[in-house]
Design a protein around this ligand. Sequence first.
Ligand SMILES: Cc1cc2nc3c(=O)[nH]c(=O)nc-3n(C[C@H](O)[C@H](O)[C@H](O)COP(=O)(O)OP(=O)(O)OC[C@H]3O[C@@H](n4cnc5c(N)ncnc54)[C@H](O)[C@@H]3O)c2cc1C
Length: 288
Amino acid sequence: MLPASVDEAVEALAATPGAVPVAGATDLMEAVNAGRLRPAALIGLGRITELRGWRYEDGGTAVLGAGLTHARMDRPDFAALIPALADAARTAGPPQVRNVGTLGGNLATAAATGDTLPVLAALEATATLARAGSTREVPVSHLLTGLDPLRPGELLTWVRVPLLHAPQVFLKSTGRSGPARATASVALVLDPARRAVRCAVGAVAPVPLRPLEAEAWVAGCIDWDARGEDGATTIDPAALAAFGEYVAGACIPDGALEGAGEGPSATAVRLRRTVAVLARRALGRALK
Ligand SMILES: Cc1cc2nc3c(=O)[nH]c(=O)nc-3n(C[C@H](O)[C@H](O)[C@H](O)COP(=O)(O)OP(=O)(O)OC[C@H]3O[C@@H](n4cnc5c(N)ncnc54)[C@H](O)[C@@H]3O)c2cc1C
């Protein structure tokens, strides 16, 4: 089935028990081929043009269509709007995947290595979920943690993102060169109006982690009014390094370093070091 509007798609989902939506099919075909998914029918979203773009809303919000492809989010007009999401989209697989893979598919799959997920968590984005006759809006973090999951027959239509007009960064470590899934990623956004730093760490746990205490601590270390000679917001370099360690320790606690009683697990130690470096670099770049 190839509906041409959101209304047609939700009606088709309601009318066909066991049907699932499909956008770029990059994750879906992997699941079908591996035998993890046997959909009774597919509802193709490719003809729903309204979901392929974005619009502005009063109150400084961008409303992003679930059908936005990674390649589209990487274009300069989008990158000027939500730079961290563009950075994440740029690294989400090889070009043939990014040309068809979508924001909605990334979010609905909710893989630990989903690159847009930490960005949406740091931005405190919300998602609109539609079914025939009703819609509901849930924080992306609730969607991902299972507090308020996507239900069978629901279509993810829009993602609401506050426009902060301030530096934001996404950094990803893959452990090899070329396109690959993240071993760890960090999204960091500055919110100068609230004098806040928001950070989310991806790929090290099933869902993105927010190191809230580290965020609050480092926001207090930043001189939000002073600008350095080069125009940068200032922070003590020691605080920058301490932030990296604080974030890494919060996301990979000491307990995780113990490998079945055999002392620190080398993998966990390496991962903690990687997260510390990514978090320090992300904040350093955001404050430049
Ligand atoms: C070789 C390869 C490399 C990849 N590398 C990366 C990577 O580095 N980083 C990364 O983040 N991802 C990566 N991916 C995963 C994938 O490309 C992304 O998750 C992509 O965003 C999925 O979007 P899609 O449109 O293809 O989703 P689909 O495959 O069409 O759908 C995926 C799931 O989401 C559901 N779905 C899709 N749209 C909706 C909607 N609007 N409402 C409700 N449910 C919906 C489908 O029913 C299905 O269960 C890779 C995939 C491949 C094959």
